[in-house]
Design a protein around this ligand. Structure first.
Ligand SMILES: [Mg+2]
Ligand SMILES: [Zn+2]
Length: 193
């Protein structure tokens, strides 16, 4: 599923950001099912604003298997998304696109991360150079998806980060690990200015 996308025009400076556990609190073991469940993590709005001010196009990619598995509805997801976007707008944060996988955990779709379907969708709408593009996530499956698509990957220790950090191996690891989105953004600003 895609939303909020406009056809590509020229090569853009894009950063892919996972949602739950990076932007908002991940209810470990449960889904964000209602608007009331959606709570921004500390420092996120400021960090995303800095990305915008540094010329980045922010693209959100998120697994929402609770839809396919019948835990909440598309309407509830839309309400959550609208709420998130309202807060972004109030803070001057433009979002270039949002791509959700709505399939259940066992649907074997091609878009649930670590698969790359969401990134492939984005690449149809937005022109970016994968080898110069970063993905920020809090799960192993995030950086696997990024690597599978040839992106650079940053891992944050919010959300599932601390749990998943233990599963990182020398053979399969992100480019960098940061305490939260704030520090990842500082790194990006230095690397890509
Ligand atoms: Mg996450
Ligand atoms: Zn899917």
């Amino acid at each position: 599923m895609q939303s909020l996308s406009v056809k590509r025009t020229k090569t853009e400076k894009v950063v892919f950001v996972d949602r739950d556990g990076v932007i908002n609190e991940d209810l470990i073991g449960d889904y964000v099912k209602r608007r009331e469940d959606f709570k921004f993590l500390p420092g996120v709005l400021g960090a995303l604003k800095q990305l915008v001010q540094s010329g980045f196009q922010i693209v959100i990619i998120s697994n929402q298997a609770g839809i396919g598995d019948g835990e909440y509805t598309k309407e509830a997801l839309k309400e959550i998304t609208d709420h998130m976007l309202d807060e972004f707008k109030k803070n001057g944060i433009h979002i270039r696109g949002i791509y959700y996988c709505l399939h259940g955990k066992n649907a074997n779709c091609n878009c649930r991360k670590p698969k790359t379907g969401l990134l492939e969708q984005a690449a149809k709408d937005i022109q970016f150079n994968p080898s110069q593009t970063y993905l920020i996530g809090d799960k192993i499956s995030d950086f696997q998806a990024g690597k599978n698509f040839g992106l650079k990957t940053l891992f944050v220790l919010t959300g599932h980060g601390k749990l998943d950090q233990a599963k990182i191996t020398p053979q399969e690891k992100p480019e960098q690990i940061f305490p939260s989105l704030k520090e990842a953004v500082e790194y990006l600003k230095e690397r890509t200015s």
